[in-house]
Design a protein around this ligand. Structure first.
Ligand code: TYD
Length: 205
């Protein structure tokens, strides 16, 4: 049987990577074979693209977009799709929705083009469930120890990111669940687990 593809999305400092690990542990306890991965940076050429994206200077918005898409294409073909075909479950920290939100809603590139380009970059691989860790950007940014190029964008950019994620989540309520990421990690995990169980049950009835 094909595996399940779960993505975690949200603004900076929302706790996605901690939640990804905790969810993977819970799935492994149920004898499910899980792969944890993230974007940008986990495909074959990912580390180099990640460095260019997060440490680079003066990136034109379109160059930034195409680097995220290049990273995604390689990531899907070499990591995500093979794992799903082996029946594994994939928990991915950010995916195509981050592009729609950061490069579209926040940066201002045209959304219809982004939706289309993402169809190409994902090779038709769609998340079965997406959890949005919603958080006030001021709270999230204050949680960060180091700041990369995108973290250093003005607060207004991060407010657009938050709003953009909520808009995307409402476009596809059958795939998304919005979680309150201001709660402690244990209760966030509990809420995430319940959300995931109900999303997947509804989609794979
Ligand atoms: P990262 O350090 O991985 O941050 P986080 O832990 O918040 O995921 O940095 C990734 C940054 O790249 C983050 O600011 C979101 C941004 N991003 C985009 O702008 N577009 C994309 O398509 C993706 C995947 C990420």
């Amino acid at each position: 049987m094909k595996g399940r593809f779960i993505t975690l999305e949200g603004p900076e400092g929302a706790g996605k990577s901690t939640l990804a690990k905790a969810l993977a542990e819970k799935l492994q306890h149920q004898n499910i074979d899980v792969v944890i991965t993230r974007e940008p940076g986990d495909g074959a050429i990912g580390p180099k693209i990640r460095e260019a994206l997060l440490d680079g200077d003066n990136l034109d918005p379109w160059t930034e977009l195409f680097l995220f898409l290049a990273d995604r294409s390689q990531h899907v073909l070499t990591v995500i799709q093979p794992a799903l075909e082996q029946g594994k479950w994939v928990v991915c920290d950010r995916f195509s929705d981050s592009t729609n939100v950061y490069q579209g809603h926040a940066r201002g590139l045209p959304l219809p083009e982004l939706y289309h380009l993402n169809i190409l970059a994902t090779h038709g691989v769609h998340p079965d469930a997406t959890l949005l860790l919603d958080l006030d950007p001021e709270v999230g940014l204050a949680r960060l120890k180091d700041q990369n190029r995108l973290d250093k964008e003005p607060l207004e950019f991060h407010q657009k990111v938050r709003k953009g994620f909520l808009t995307e989540a409402h476009r596809h309520p059958d795939r998304w669940q919005v979680l309150d990421a201001s709660q402690p990690p244990e209760s966030l995990l509990e809420q995430a687990w319940a959300a995931l169980t109900s999303l997947l049950a509804a989609r794979h009835r």
